[in-house]
Design a protein around this ligand. Structure first.
Ligand SMILES: [Zn+2]
Length: 375
């Protein structure tokens, strides 16, 4: 005899949602949209919840058809099969795939491996994981951690700097501008581990990392915007400013960059890590040829040295990628890690895959700086 299921999302990074169990054993769940201030835009991509049922019970999970609104236009929230994860203990995760249905809903069948199972869109990386990372590395002499400011909800915005001493050029890496995109955080874990274990990397460059830009959104289980409704990957352009009461996370990042500029220590390369359905590098097409040539060198090195197999697409105006090039002359790009499927490994990516990918990328950074930004 199975009991009715119960869904709990009242924990850090849990996604607020409606849900209903049908008599046929289908659990229909509907995470809430996340809305942008000042536009019609909305997005539903994140879910993370704990389902209580009966071990061995088979269920269908279904999200009804949903339209995201992006650039003011409606579009299917689930255009391709969706990679996701489930776990009985919150530590070991098993990949799963939601199939796209003709009515644009997504569905999958699961057998519960225990009475309580966590389901998540991407293997969760929360402020607890970040705190564990900081605890692991904070006493390493190659590591400096500073808070550059606070989020709207007064959480510290850390920049982790990995450096073997003064005098080297540097890279800036930002993660989690969008709260649902946990892949970038696991990737950053891999970068840090590799950079601290292979001395050749920090002999070549310093690495500055803002690991969790939209921290409040991560805690509250949001998809895209900060808790004031601002997209932290927009607004980087001449003539635009970030306010302390709006996108304060970007206000502090810009202040940090301005301080580096005043010191003459601006990073020469910056990358903003995201997740999407495509896995492409976003280039500043139309910008100067020398910049594009350097980015193509990076692309080639990533194809040779990492799990990167996807493509290139044109970046969008006022993103981190466009903006840091325009405002500071930094070679900057947006990289969208593929959240559903990694062609190189033929799997739905999990923390182990992202970490390995990140460690590969740290080696690419060393090679890229040695070749392109020779001191
Ligand atoms: Zn994103």
């Amino acid at each position: 005899m199975t009991k009715p299921v119960y869904i709990n999302w009242a924990f850090e990074n849990g996604s607020p949602m409606d849900w209903e169990e049908s008599p046929e054993g289908t659990v229909v769940f509907q995470p809430l949209f996340d809305y942008e201030r000042g536009s019609r835009n909305r997005q539903l991509t994140h879910w993370h919840f704990k389902l209580s049922g009966t071990k061995g019970q088979t269920l269908r999970l279904r999200i009804p058809p949903k339209d995201n609104i992006y650039g003011g236009r409606n579009g299917n929230a689930f255009p391709v099969p969706v990679g996701a994860q489930m776990s009985g203990d919150g530590v070991n995760w098993t990949p799963m795939i939601f199939q796209t249905m003709p009515d644009k809903s997504i569905e999958t069948a699961v057998t519960l491996l225990s009475d309580e199972v966590l389901f998540a869109r991407i293997e969760p990386y929360t402020t607890r994981h970040l705190a564990e990372l900081i605890e692991r590395i904070k006493d390493n002499p190659l590591v400096k951690i500073e808070a550059i400011g606070e989020t709207i909800e007064r959480r510290p915005l850390e920049i982790i700097t990995l450096s073997a001493g003064p005098g080297r050029k540097s890279a800036l890496i930002r993660g989690r501008a969008h709260p649902w995109e946990a892949g970038g955080n696991w990737f950053i874990d891999g970068i840090i581990k590799q950079a601290l274990s292979d001395p050749a990397i920090l002999a070549e460059l310093d690495i500055h990392i803002l690991p969790m830009a939209c921290k409040d959104g991560v805690v509250r289980g949001l998809t895209r915007f900060n808790v004031n409704g601002y997209d932290l990957n927009r607004g980087f352009a001449r003539g635009l400013t970030f306010s302390k009461s709006g996108a304060v996370e970007n206000f502090h990042l810009v202040q940090w960059l301005d301080d580096r500029k005043a010191e003459g220590t601006l990073p020469c390369f910056a990358i903003d890590l995201h997740d999407d359905d495509n896995g492409n590098l976003h280039f500043n097409e139309g910008s100067d040829a020398a910049h594009l040539e350097r980015m193509h060198t990076l692309e080639k090195m990533m194809r040779e040295g990492t799990y990167f197999r996807e493509g290139i697409e044109k970046g969008r105006a006022s993103t981190f990628g466009h903006g840091l090039l325009e405002l500071y002359g930094i070679d900057s790009i947006v990289y969208e890690l593929n959240s559903n499927w990694l062609n190189a490994t033929r799997c739905v990516p999990d923390s182990e895959v992202w970490r390995k990918f990140g460690s590969q990328f740290a080696e690419v950074l060393r090679k890229f700086f040695a070749e392109v930004y020779k001191q």
